[in-house]
Write a protein that binds this ligand. Structure first.
Ligand SMILES: [Zn+2]
Length: 59
């Protein structure tokens, strides 16, 4: 079952709504902050480079 983990970690490419582009756009996940209780990620639109969202992930 451990082989499934790397597969899951590759599943980061996603689409989010971007205000600037006016629609659902592909985004990249950027590590913003390393916190004591997890990491803070930012989603950036691949088209215009603007931040379109954040995600907190427990470490
Ligand atoms: Zn955009």
């Amino acid at each position: 079952m451990e082989n499934n983990r790397s597969q899951f970690e590759k599943l980061v490419a996603t689409h989010l709504y971007c205000d600037h582009c006016g629609g659902s756009m592909p985004v990249e996940e950027v590590l913003l902050l390393i916190l004591p209780d997890g990491n803070l990620y930012e989603y950036r639109c691949l088209h215009c480079g603007k931040s379109v969202g954040e995600k907190r992930e427990r470490g």
